[in-house]
Every structure is written in C-alpha cells, then in structure tokens.
Design a protein around this ligand. Structure first.
Ligand SMILES: CC(C)=CCC/C(C)=C/CC/C(C)=C/CC/C(C)=C/[C@@H]1[C@@H](COP(=O)(O)OP(=O)(O)O)[C@]1(C)CC/C=C(\C)CC/C=C(\C)CCC=C(C)C
Ligand SMILES: [Mn+2]
Length: 390
C-alpha cells in the first residue's frame, strides 16, 4: 500500500496532512550522572507552563485518570466479558466497519511488519482495536514527520484535534476514523493521551532544543508515553493480576519513554541534519559538549561517555517497563515483549557502532528480528506460568 492512500484532511475542508496531580505517592528518584530523575511517572495537563511541578508529576495525573477508567471497566468485565464480544451485529453498517478495521490492519502491516505479526496472537477484537489506534498515531506523526510536514501549522493541528473530539463523539470523517470511533466506544480509552500526542506535534513545530531531561521527558511522554496509555485499555490487564492498575500504566508509560529515548539516540545525526537536537542541553554542557560537536558529528571520548549515560538511562526505563508486561492479558504480552526486545536491541547496536550515531544507523538485523519472535513468545509464556503459581 502506498502512503498516498492515507492522505488525510485535518479538518473537513482543508488538506493539511499526509498519511498515511497529584504528585505520585511514592515518587522514586534515581541519582544518575549528577542529575536526578524519577523512573516512574508522576500529573499533567496539556499545558507545559507549570514550572513548580516536574513533568513527571504532571504526566502522572493522566496516568491516574486512565487507571481509574480502567479500574471501572475491570469491575464490569469481571461480571460479563463484554470486551471480547464480536463486533459483527452491533452495527447496521457492520460490513463497512469490518472493512475499515481491515484497512487499518493493512496500514499496520505495511508500516510495522514485526509489530503486525505480534498482534496476530491477540484476540481478533483487541487486535483490530490496536490497529485502529496505531493508524491514528501514525497519521498524527506523519503530520509533522511526513512529506507534507512543511505545510503543517498549529492551526492544522487544532483542526486535527477538533476531528479527534468528533471521533470520540461518534462522528468519524473517514474509514480509519470510523474504526477508531468504534474502538473508543468499546474500550475505556480516555481522550487525553490522544490530545497530548497532538500537543507533542505542536511542540515539535515550535521547539528544537531541550534544556534538561525534565523538558525532554515531557516531549517523550507526548509522542510515545501516550501510546502506552492508549494501548493498555485495549490490551487489557490479566484478570488474575495482583498488580495495581496504576503500576501497569506506569510500566506502559515507561515503555513509551524508553522507546522514544532510544529513537532519539538512534537518530541523532538525522535530527541534527534537520537542525534538531533532542538531547538535554545541560547534560551536554556538563559533558563538555555543544550543539557544534553534534552538527560536526565528532565521535570523541567525551561523546562516547555522554552516550553511555544516555543509553544507561534508556535501559532503566526499559527495566521499569518489563515489570508491567506480565500483568497484561496473556494474549497481549507477546507483541509487547517483541516490541520491547526489538527496540532495546537498537541500544546494543549503537554500542556496536562505537557510538557513531551521526553517520551510522543503528538497526536490528533480520536474523535478530526473527529470533525476537520466539524469545518474546517464551517470555510471554514464562510470565503466564509465574502468574499461575501465585
Ligand atoms: C503492542 C504495541 C507495541 C502496541 C502499540 C501500538 C501502537 C498504537 C503504536 C503506535 C506507534 C506510533 C505510530 C506512534 C506515533 C509517534 C511515534 C512515531 C513514536 C515512535 C515509535 C517508533 O516508531 P518508529 O521507529 O517507526 O519511529 P519513526 O517515526 O520512524 O521515527 C516510538 C518510538 C514510540 C512508540 C511507543 C510505543 C510502541 C509504546 C509501547 C507501549 C505499550 C504498547 C504499552 C505496553 C504495556 C506495558 C504494561 C509495558
Ligand atoms: Mn517519527
């Protein structure tokens, strides 16, 4: 399928895109490389301007809200397993809806093959819902990252957000929207993470430097942590899980942050060529580095040491995420393990490239990718056994 199939209108009339609180009760702070950062998460509303609270504290409010929604839903599902009831028959235009979901699956297969494969083990209803969310995220990302990104303005993003509220209110604009509209009516998905992802795109339009990790954390939450919060209500928490809903959401958030940090470390050179530096400026300065070193692509010992610290932090977020995977519904664990293992391997590959992320792209080779699938499956099974022993 070509990307052209995914042209979207940000608003009904205009072609503007291409597509396709409270403080956390026990906030864990870790000392790392002279700075402290919390590995968990903590409240947030779309406004950045709240200097008295850290990004983690602000993000955590969204986590609590989403966790509360899901707790409600869990109570309902314990009484009747409504989430897995077939979609057919619910709608007079059921065939159209099926076709819409199928198209989402095609997009997903085209853009994220391994992930698509991973979704095959999920129940058909959950799988298609995840595809619908995937497509919305991909379209949103393409607004600022795709070939038509130079035409994207804050106004266009406002229209995309208005369209999002219409989708949540049951007024879809196209097939992909229709699938998402159906998904959000079936699962306890809150609109806030979706709005926050759009906020991340706004941020990308106006900001190309991050003063410190707190600012970068917020960016990572917007563009990737949100994906974790959107996905868990669909993937579901195992009925036998003893973990708190909140802790599972923390893990989901951590996986999004870990993935985005990894993405940033992989793409340093590529981003620099677009005039962007997604690295904490204060940490660069402490390492004796500046934007200039990045623009010139100098792989020095200072750079290697700096990168070692950044990789270590990304791995800590992966470790945090691991704690939550086994708490997910058994059929959802496999794709999550696959995505976690695959993305984490990119960090290994940066090391293998001797930290040259300016001109060498870190990637996971085909054989390693293939091996990930049984490894993820094994981890998913192991998690199930541990749960059964409790
Ligand atoms: C099972 C699973 C992985 C489900 C998530 C499916 C889903 C809805 C994915 C959407 C991804 C997407 C298109 C996001 C838009 C923004 C974006 C592009 C973010 C970057 C992704 C990597 O994409 P890529 O390498 O293609 O990047 P480029 O555009 O080429 O630069 C990100 C790095 C972030 C993606 C974040 C996740 C996949 C979060 C995963 C977290 C969960 C699924 C929660 C798991 C639950 C627990 C309890 C751990
Ligand atoms: Mn991108």
């Amino acid at each position: 399928m070509s990307g052209v199939l995914l042209w979207v209108n940000c608003g009904p009339k205009e072609n503007a895109g291409y597509l396709l609180g409270r403080v956390r009760a026990q906030r864990r702070c870790r000392e790392w490389s002279g700075i402290s950062f919390a590995s968990g998460v903590s409240a947030f509303s779309s406004a950045i301007a709240e200097p008295s609270r850290s990004s983690e504290e602000r993000v955590y409010e969204v986590v609590l809200k989403q966790a509360a929604l899901v707790r409600e839903q869990r109570k309902v599902t314990e009484r009747a397993l409504i989430l897995d009831k077939p979609i057919e028959g619910d709608f007079t235009n059921g065939n159209l809806l099926n076709a819409a979901y199928d198209r989402c699956g095609e997009v997903c297969a085209e853009y994220a093959k391994t992930f698509y494969l991973g979704t095959q083990l999920m129940t058909p209803e959950r799988r298609r819902a995840i595809w619908a969310i995937y497509v919305w995220c991909r379209r949103t990302d393409e607004l600022v990252d795709g070939p038509n990104s130079s035409h994207i303005t804050p106004k266009a993003l406002d229209r995309w957000e208005k369209r999002l509220t219409d989708v949540f209110d049951g007024r879809p604009y196209d097939m992909y929207d229709a699938a998402l509209s159906d998904t959000v009516s079936r699962y306890p998905v809150d609109i806030q993470p979706f709005k926050d992802m759009i906020e991340g795109m706004r941020l990308d339009l106006r900001k190309s430097r991050y003063n410190n990790f707190d600012e970068l954390y917020l960016y990572c939450y917007y563009v990737a942590g949100t994906v974790g919060l959107m996905s868990v209500p669909v993937m579901g928490i195992a009925p036998e899980s003893q973990a708190s809903t909140e802790s599972v959401y923390n893990a989901a958030l951590a996986l999004g942050i870990a993935n985005q940090l990894t993405n940033i470390l992989r793409d340093v050179g590529e981003d620099a060529r677009r005039g962007r530096v997604y690295l904490p400026q204060d940490e660069l300065a402490r390492a004796g580095l500046s934007d200039d070193d990045i623009f010139c692509g100098r792989v020095t010992d200072k750079w290697r040491n700096f990168m070692k610290g950044q990789i270590k932090r990304a791995r800590m977020f992966f470790d945090e995420a691991e704690k939550g995977v086994s708490e997910l519904n058994s059929a959802s664990r496999w794709p999550v393990w696959a995505s976690l293992i695959l993305y984490r391997q990119i960090l290994d590959s940066i090391e293998v490239n001797d930290y040259n992320n300016f001109t060498k792209r870190a990637y996971v080779g085909k054989v390693k990718k293939l091996l990930t699938i049984p490894a993820a499956y094994g981890k998913a099974l192991l998690g199930a056994q541990k749960m059964a022993k409790r």
